[in-house]
Design a protein around this ligand. Structure first.
Ligand SMILES: Nc1ncnc2c1ncn2[C@@H]1O[C@H](COP(=O)(O)OP(=O)(O)OP(=O)(O)O)[C@@H](O)[C@H]1O
Ligand SMILES: [Mg+2]
Length: 321
Protein backbone atom coordinates (compact mmCIF):
# COMPACT_ATOMS: atom_id res chain seq x y z
CA UNK A 1 0.00 0.00 0.00
CA UNK A 2 1.34 3.45 -0.90
CA UNK A 3 1.05 5.47 2.31
CA UNK A 4 1.82 9.04 1.23
CA UNK A 5 -1.80 10.17 1.50
CA UNK A 6 -2.38 8.43 4.85
CA UNK A 7 -0.21 10.67 7.01
CA UNK A 8 -2.44 13.73 7.12
CA UNK A 9 -2.24 15.44 10.50
CA UNK A 10 -5.50 16.32 12.23
CA UNK A 11 -5.95 19.66 13.91
CA UNK A 12 -8.02 19.08 17.03
CA UNK A 13 -10.81 21.36 18.12
CA UNK A 14 -13.67 20.93 20.61
CA UNK A 15 -16.38 18.70 19.18
CA UNK A 16 -19.82 20.23 18.71
CA UNK A 17 -22.29 18.74 21.18
CA UNK A 18 -19.55 17.35 23.41
CA UNK A 19 -20.97 16.75 26.87
CA UNK A 20 -18.80 17.45 29.88
CA UNK A 21 -20.46 16.14 33.04
CA UNK A 22 -18.50 15.62 36.29
CA UNK A 23 -18.09 11.97 35.18
CA UNK A 24 -16.47 12.97 31.86
CA UNK A 25 -14.45 15.76 33.46
CA UNK A 26 -13.10 13.36 36.10
CA UNK A 27 -11.89 10.92 33.46
CA UNK A 28 -10.37 13.72 31.37
CA UNK A 29 -8.43 15.12 34.32
CA UNK A 30 -7.14 11.66 35.26
CA UNK A 31 -5.93 11.02 31.72
CA UNK A 32 -4.31 14.46 31.47
CA UNK A 33 -2.50 13.96 34.77
CA UNK A 34 -0.89 10.73 33.49
CA UNK A 35 0.06 12.45 30.25
CA UNK A 36 1.60 15.35 32.19
CA UNK A 37 3.57 12.83 34.27
CA UNK A 38 4.98 11.45 31.01
CA UNK A 39 2.93 8.24 30.66
CA UNK A 40 0.96 6.96 27.71
CA UNK A 41 -2.72 6.49 28.56
CA UNK A 42 -4.80 3.48 27.60
CA UNK A 43 -8.61 3.79 27.73
CA UNK A 44 -10.14 0.32 27.84
CA UNK A 45 -13.84 -0.47 27.98
CA UNK A 46 -16.86 -2.00 26.30
CA UNK A 47 -18.24 -0.73 23.02
CA UNK A 48 -20.04 2.57 23.47
CA UNK A 49 -18.29 3.50 26.72
CA UNK A 50 -16.91 6.65 25.11
CA UNK A 51 -13.24 5.66 24.63
CA UNK A 52 -12.69 7.19 21.19
CA UNK A 53 -14.55 10.39 22.03
CA UNK A 54 -12.61 10.76 25.28
CA UNK A 55 -9.27 10.05 23.56
CA UNK A 56 -10.01 12.82 21.02
CA UNK A 57 -11.08 15.16 23.80
CA UNK A 58 -7.88 14.53 25.77
CA UNK A 59 -5.85 15.07 22.55
CA UNK A 60 -7.71 18.33 22.05
CA UNK A 61 -6.90 19.42 25.61
CA UNK A 62 -3.20 18.61 25.04
CA UNK A 63 -3.41 21.14 22.24
CA UNK A 64 -0.95 19.63 19.75
CA UNK A 65 -1.92 18.40 16.27
CA UNK A 66 -3.07 14.81 16.30
CA UNK A 67 -2.28 11.68 14.32
CA UNK A 68 -4.99 9.01 14.31
CA UNK A 69 -4.33 5.32 13.72
CA UNK A 70 -7.10 2.71 13.82
CA UNK A 71 -5.95 -0.81 14.72
CA UNK A 72 -6.23 -3.40 11.98
CA UNK A 73 -5.55 -7.13 11.92
CA UNK A 74 -3.85 -6.74 8.53
CA UNK A 75 -1.27 -4.25 9.83
CA UNK A 76 2.42 -5.02 9.75
CA UNK A 77 4.99 -2.74 11.40
CA UNK A 78 5.52 -0.90 8.08
CA UNK A 79 1.88 0.27 8.27
CA UNK A 80 2.91 2.12 11.42
CA UNK A 81 6.44 3.27 10.65
CA UNK A 82 6.63 3.33 6.86
CA UNK A 83 8.92 1.62 4.42
CA UNK A 84 10.40 1.65 0.98
CA UNK A 85 7.74 2.33 -1.57
CA UNK A 86 8.76 2.54 -5.22
CA UNK A 87 11.92 4.09 -6.59
CA UNK A 88 13.25 7.57 -7.15
CA UNK A 89 14.96 7.92 -10.54
CA UNK A 90 17.56 10.61 -11.14
CA UNK A 91 18.95 11.44 -14.57
CA UNK A 92 21.75 13.91 -15.13
CA UNK A 93 22.43 15.07 -18.67
CA UNK A 94 25.77 16.77 -18.99
CA UNK A 95 26.06 18.65 -22.25
CA UNK A 96 28.57 21.19 -20.98
CA UNK A 97 30.84 20.64 -23.95
CA UNK A 98 28.30 20.44 -26.69
CA UNK A 99 30.16 17.97 -28.80
CA UNK A 100 30.10 15.57 -25.81
CA UNK A 101 26.84 14.29 -24.29
CA UNK A 102 27.16 12.45 -20.98
CA UNK A 103 24.10 10.89 -19.35
CA UNK A 104 24.12 9.51 -15.79
CA UNK A 105 21.19 7.66 -14.28
CA UNK A 106 20.75 6.33 -10.80
CA UNK A 107 17.77 4.72 -9.16
CA UNK A 108 17.28 4.85 -5.38
CA UNK A 109 14.61 3.25 -3.24
CA UNK A 110 12.21 5.81 -1.81
CA UNK A 111 11.48 5.74 1.94
CA UNK A 112 8.07 7.05 3.04
CA UNK A 113 7.29 7.75 6.72
CA UNK A 114 4.00 6.37 7.99
CA UNK A 115 1.88 7.75 10.82
CA UNK A 116 3.80 6.59 13.89
CA UNK A 117 7.06 7.91 12.44
CA UNK A 118 5.50 11.26 11.56
CA UNK A 119 4.03 11.54 15.08
CA UNK A 120 7.38 10.66 16.72
CA UNK A 121 9.31 12.99 14.40
CA UNK A 122 7.02 16.01 14.76
CA UNK A 123 5.97 15.58 18.41
CA UNK A 124 2.28 15.01 17.68
CA UNK A 125 -0.37 13.45 19.87
CA UNK A 126 -0.90 9.92 18.62
CA UNK A 127 -4.37 8.46 19.14
CA UNK A 128 -4.12 4.74 18.39
CA UNK A 129 -7.77 3.69 18.44
CA UNK A 130 -8.53 0.01 19.04
CA UNK A 131 -4.82 -0.80 18.99
CA UNK A 132 -5.43 -4.44 20.04
CA UNK A 133 -7.11 -5.09 16.68
CA UNK A 134 -3.59 -5.00 15.23
CA UNK A 135 -1.55 -8.12 15.78
CA UNK A 136 0.95 -7.88 18.69
CA UNK A 137 3.94 -8.26 16.30
CA UNK A 138 2.85 -5.11 14.44
CA UNK A 139 2.76 -3.17 17.71
CA UNK A 140 6.19 -4.35 18.95
CA UNK A 141 7.77 -1.23 17.49
CA UNK A 142 5.98 0.76 20.21
CA UNK A 143 7.99 -0.84 23.02
CA UNK A 144 11.14 1.23 22.50
CA UNK A 145 9.11 4.32 21.51
CA UNK A 146 7.34 4.32 24.88
CA UNK A 147 10.29 3.34 27.07
CA UNK A 148 13.55 4.48 25.47
CA UNK A 149 11.86 7.19 23.36
CA UNK A 150 13.59 5.82 20.29
CA UNK A 151 11.83 4.56 17.18
CA UNK A 152 13.71 1.63 15.73
CA UNK A 153 13.10 1.48 12.01
CA UNK A 154 13.04 -1.90 10.29
CA UNK A 155 14.97 -0.69 7.24
CA UNK A 156 17.45 2.10 6.72
CA UNK A 157 15.68 5.41 6.42
CA UNK A 158 17.64 8.41 5.18
CA UNK A 159 20.85 6.78 6.36
CA UNK A 160 19.66 5.94 9.87
CA UNK A 161 17.74 3.09 11.46
CA UNK A 162 16.84 5.10 14.56
CA UNK A 163 14.69 8.13 15.15
CA UNK A 164 14.81 10.05 18.41
CA UNK A 165 11.24 10.61 19.61
CA UNK A 166 10.28 14.30 19.85
CA UNK A 167 9.79 15.40 23.51
CA UNK A 168 6.18 16.54 22.79
CA UNK A 169 5.15 13.13 21.46
CA UNK A 170 2.24 11.72 23.51
CA UNK A 171 0.35 8.48 22.93
CA UNK A 172 -3.25 7.68 23.82
CA UNK A 173 -4.53 4.17 23.20
CA UNK A 174 -8.02 2.71 23.27
CA UNK A 175 -9.14 -0.90 23.25
CA UNK A 176 -12.12 -3.15 23.79
CA UNK A 177 -11.89 -5.90 26.41
CA UNK A 178 -9.97 -8.98 25.27
CA UNK A 179 -13.05 -11.22 25.06
CA UNK A 180 -14.46 -9.10 22.18
CA UNK A 181 -14.38 -10.64 18.68
CA UNK A 182 -11.32 -9.63 16.61
CA UNK A 183 -9.33 -8.35 19.60
CA UNK A 184 -5.79 -9.64 20.25
CA UNK A 185 -4.31 -10.07 23.70
CA UNK A 186 -1.99 -7.15 24.58
CA UNK A 187 1.66 -8.02 25.17
CA UNK A 188 2.41 -7.70 28.90
CA UNK A 189 5.44 -5.53 28.11
CA UNK A 190 3.35 -3.04 26.14
CA UNK A 191 0.55 -2.92 28.71
CA UNK A 192 3.15 -2.36 31.42
CA UNK A 193 4.37 0.78 29.63
CA UNK A 194 0.98 2.53 29.70
CA UNK A 195 -1.48 3.53 32.38
CA UNK A 196 -4.77 1.75 31.76
CA UNK A 197 -8.02 3.45 32.77
CA UNK A 198 -10.84 0.91 32.73
CA UNK A 199 -14.07 2.53 31.60
CA UNK A 200 -17.53 1.20 32.27
CA UNK A 201 -20.77 2.49 30.80
CA UNK A 202 -21.45 6.17 31.51
CA UNK A 203 -23.33 7.19 34.63
CA UNK A 204 -27.03 8.06 34.20
CA UNK A 205 -26.45 11.82 34.21
CA UNK A 206 -23.95 11.58 31.34
CA UNK A 207 -26.13 9.22 29.29
CA UNK A 208 -29.08 11.61 29.66
CA UNK A 209 -26.94 14.60 28.69
CA UNK A 210 -25.48 12.81 25.62
CA UNK A 211 -28.92 11.58 24.52
CA UNK A 212 -30.37 15.07 24.81
CA UNK A 213 -27.43 16.79 23.17
CA UNK A 214 -27.37 14.38 20.22
CA UNK A 215 -31.13 14.44 19.55
CA UNK A 216 -32.71 17.56 20.98
CA UNK A 217 -35.58 15.67 22.69
CA UNK A 218 -37.01 17.19 25.91
CA UNK A 219 -35.16 16.26 29.11
CA UNK A 220 -38.06 14.13 30.36
CA UNK A 221 -37.95 11.98 27.21
CA UNK A 222 -34.16 11.64 27.36
CA UNK A 223 -34.45 10.46 30.97
CA UNK A 224 -37.14 7.91 30.11
CA UNK A 225 -35.15 6.51 27.17
CA UNK A 226 -31.97 6.25 29.23
CA UNK A 227 -33.80 4.55 32.12
CA UNK A 228 -35.33 2.06 29.68
CA UNK A 229 -31.98 1.27 28.03
CA UNK A 230 -30.22 0.96 31.39
CA UNK A 231 -32.96 -1.41 32.59
CA UNK A 232 -32.57 -3.54 29.42
CA UNK A 233 -28.81 -3.60 30.03
CA UNK A 234 -29.21 -4.62 33.67
CA UNK A 235 -31.78 -7.33 32.83
CA UNK A 236 -29.69 -8.63 29.89
CA UNK A 237 -32.76 -8.78 27.62
CA UNK A 238 -31.02 -7.62 24.42
CA UNK A 239 -28.73 -9.70 22.22
CA UNK A 240 -25.88 -7.25 22.89
CA UNK A 241 -25.65 -4.95 25.89
CA UNK A 242 -27.26 -1.71 24.62
CA UNK A 243 -25.16 1.45 24.96
CA UNK A 244 -25.69 5.19 24.84
CA UNK A 245 -25.77 4.76 21.03
CA UNK A 246 -29.12 2.91 21.42
CA UNK A 247 -30.43 5.82 23.53
CA UNK A 248 -29.35 8.27 20.84
CA UNK A 249 -30.93 6.32 17.97
CA UNK A 250 -34.28 6.05 19.76
CA UNK A 251 -34.20 9.73 20.76
CA UNK A 252 -33.25 10.95 17.26
CA UNK A 253 -36.12 8.99 15.67
CA UNK A 254 -38.55 10.40 18.25
CA UNK A 255 -37.35 13.94 17.55
CA UNK A 256 -37.64 13.36 13.79
CA UNK A 257 -41.11 11.89 14.01
CA UNK A 258 -42.24 14.31 16.73
CA UNK A 259 -43.27 11.54 19.09
CA UNK A 260 -42.88 11.23 22.85
CA UNK A 261 -41.23 8.49 24.92
CA UNK A 262 -44.35 6.93 26.39
CA UNK A 263 -45.91 3.47 26.50
CA UNK A 264 -48.65 3.20 23.90
CA UNK A 265 -46.96 5.58 21.43
CA UNK A 266 -46.59 3.34 18.39
CA UNK A 267 -43.51 5.04 16.91
CA UNK A 268 -41.72 4.87 20.25
CA UNK A 269 -42.55 1.25 20.99
CA UNK A 270 -41.67 0.16 17.44
CA UNK A 271 -38.33 1.99 17.50
CA UNK A 272 -37.43 0.52 20.90
CA UNK A 273 -38.20 -2.98 19.62
CA UNK A 274 -36.14 -2.45 16.46
CA UNK A 275 -33.18 -1.11 18.40
CA UNK A 276 -33.31 -3.33 21.46
CA UNK A 277 -34.96 -6.63 20.46
CA UNK A 278 -32.97 -7.72 17.38
CA UNK A 279 -32.28 -11.45 17.28
CA UNK A 280 -29.64 -13.10 15.08
CA UNK A 281 -31.02 -16.65 15.22
CA UNK A 282 -34.45 -15.83 13.75
CA UNK A 283 -34.33 -18.61 11.15
CA UNK A 284 -34.90 -21.24 13.85
CA UNK A 285 -38.01 -21.89 15.93
CA UNK A 286 -35.97 -21.37 19.10
CA UNK A 287 -34.73 -18.04 17.74
CA UNK A 288 -38.27 -16.85 17.03
CA UNK A 289 -39.30 -17.80 20.57
CA UNK A 290 -36.26 -16.00 21.97
CA UNK A 291 -37.17 -12.85 20.09
CA UNK A 292 -40.78 -12.97 21.32
CA UNK A 293 -39.46 -13.24 24.88
CA UNK A 294 -37.21 -10.23 24.25
CA UNK A 295 -40.07 -8.18 22.82
CA UNK A 296 -42.35 -9.03 25.76
CA UNK A 297 -39.63 -8.16 28.27
CA UNK A 298 -38.89 -4.84 26.54
CA UNK A 299 -42.58 -3.86 26.28
CA UNK A 300 -42.93 -4.58 29.98
CA UNK A 301 -39.87 -2.40 30.76
CA UNK A 302 -41.35 0.36 28.56
CA UNK A 303 -44.56 0.33 30.64
CA UNK A 304 -42.46 0.46 33.81
CA UNK A 305 -39.99 3.22 32.81
CA UNK A 306 -41.98 5.21 30.26
CA UNK A 307 -45.55 5.32 31.59
CA UNK A 308 -48.25 6.84 29.38
CA UNK A 309 -48.83 9.81 31.74
CA UNK A 310 -46.67 12.37 29.98
CA UNK A 311 -47.87 15.75 28.74
CA UNK A 312 -48.83 16.04 25.09
CA UNK A 313 -48.99 12.33 24.37
CA UNK A 314 -51.47 11.00 21.87
CA UNK A 315 -51.79 7.30 22.57
CA UNK A 316 -52.23 5.19 19.50
CA UNK A 317 -55.10 2.70 19.69
CA UNK A 318 -52.99 0.00 18.13
CA UNK A 319 -50.85 -1.78 20.70
CA UNK A 320 -47.61 -3.44 19.72
CA UNK A 321 -47.71 -7.23 19.38
N1 LIG B 1 -18.68 13.25 26.17
C1 LIG B 1 -19.48 12.99 25.15
N2 LIG B 1 -20.30 13.95 24.65
C2 LIG B 1 -21.14 13.68 23.62
N3 LIG B 1 -21.24 12.48 23.03
C3 LIG B 1 -20.46 11.49 23.49
C4 LIG B 1 -19.55 11.68 24.57
N4 LIG B 1 -18.91 10.51 24.80
C5 LIG B 1 -19.39 9.63 23.92
N5 LIG B 1 -20.32 10.21 23.13
C6 LIG B 1 -21.10 9.54 22.08
O1 LIG B 1 -21.38 8.22 22.53
C7 LIG B 1 -21.19 7.27 21.51
C8 LIG B 1 -20.17 6.24 21.94
O2 LIG B 1 -18.92 6.88 22.13
P1 LIG B 1 -17.57 6.32 21.48
O3 LIG B 1 -17.72 6.07 20.03
O4 LIG B 1 -16.48 7.24 21.91
O5 LIG B 1 -17.46 4.93 22.25
P2 LIG B 1 -16.34 3.80 22.13
O6 LIG B 1 -16.08 3.33 23.53
O7 LIG B 1 -15.20 4.29 21.34
O8 LIG B 1 -17.13 2.65 21.32
P3 LIG B 1 -16.53 1.53 20.35
O9 LIG B 1 -15.76 0.55 21.22
O10 LIG B 1 -17.77 0.87 19.78
O11 LIG B 1 -15.68 2.20 19.32
C9 LIG B 1 -20.80 8.04 20.25
O12 LIG B 1 -21.95 8.24 19.48
C10 LIG B 1 -20.27 9.36 20.80
O13 LIG B 1 -20.50 10.41 19.90
MG1 LIG C 1 -14.38 3.71 19.50
Amino acid sequence: MQPTDTTAVLVTRPRAGFVETPFVRGLTERALAYVAAGYPVHLRGPSGSGKTTLAMHVANRIGRPMMLICGDDEFGSSDLVGGHYGYRRRKVIDNFVHTVLKTEEDVAQRWVDNRLTVACREGLTLVYDEFTRSRPEANNVLLSVLEERVLVLPARRNGSSYLKVHPDFVAIFTSNPEDYAGVHKTQDALRDRMVTIDLDYFDRETEVAITQSRSGVPLEDAERIVDLVRACRAAGVSEFSPTVRSCTVIAKVLALRQARAAAGVLVFEQTCLDVLAAEAGLSSKAGKKAQQRRRDAILSLIRQHCPADIDGVVISLARMA
